[in-house]
Each structure stands twice: as structure tokens, then as C-alpha cells.
Design a protein around this ligand. Structure first.
Ligand code: SF4
Length: 82
């Protein structure tokens, strides 16, 4: 589960977040590109290719799309309970 104590500093405030690439629990983003490639309306990449939440999802369809990214992230770097 993504650690909400170690959020990427560029996340827009709200429940959805990506963890910092230097997350001490080893769940930080590894810049695989999956989330911002699949859902660029909500996830964007910083200068190092690490993901952060650009816009919080609203409504069932948007949340479902972000939930897919959460489940597919290879290092559990996306959370929805922040
Ligand atoms: S899917 Fe996970 S590891 Fe890949 S860019 Fe997004 S947050 Fe980072």
C-alpha cells in the first residue's frame, strides 16, 4: 500500500497521490511511465520521469481509471486514501 506519509511534493492536494521516488519503504515511483501514459489527465511526470497527481479524479469513471493505474503500478506507488 502506498505510504501517504511520503507523498511526491508535486501532488495536487486531495485523496489521490503518488509516493516520493525516495520513499524509505521502497515503494517510491520507478518512473515506468504506465500511469501518466494511460491516464495523463490525472498523472503527470516530473523532470525525472516520476509520477505525481496532476488532477484529482471526480465521478465513477474518472476514479475507475485512476484505480486501474493504482492496481497496475508495479511498486504500489499510487494511493487513494491520502
Ligand atoms: S505506474 Fe507507478 S512506478 Fe510507474 S510511473 Fe506511475 S507511479 Fe511511477
Amino acid at each position: 500500500m502506498a505510504n501517504k506519509e511520503e507523498k511526491h511534493k508535486e501532488n495536487i492536494p486531495g485523496p489521490w497521490f503518488c509516493t516520493d521516488p525516495d520513499d524509505s519503504e521502497g515503494e517510491g515511483c520507478i518512473a515506468c511511465g504506465l500511469c501518466y501514459g494511460s491516464a495523463p489527465e490525472f498523472f503527470q511526470e516530473d523532470d525525472d520521469g516520476n509520477a505525481f497527481i496532476f488532477r484529482q479524479p471526480e465521478g465513477d469513471d474518472e476514479i475507475a481509471l485512476c484505480q486501474e493505474q493504482l492496481e497496475d503500478c508495479p511498486v504500489s506507488s499510487i494511493g487513494s486514501d491520502g
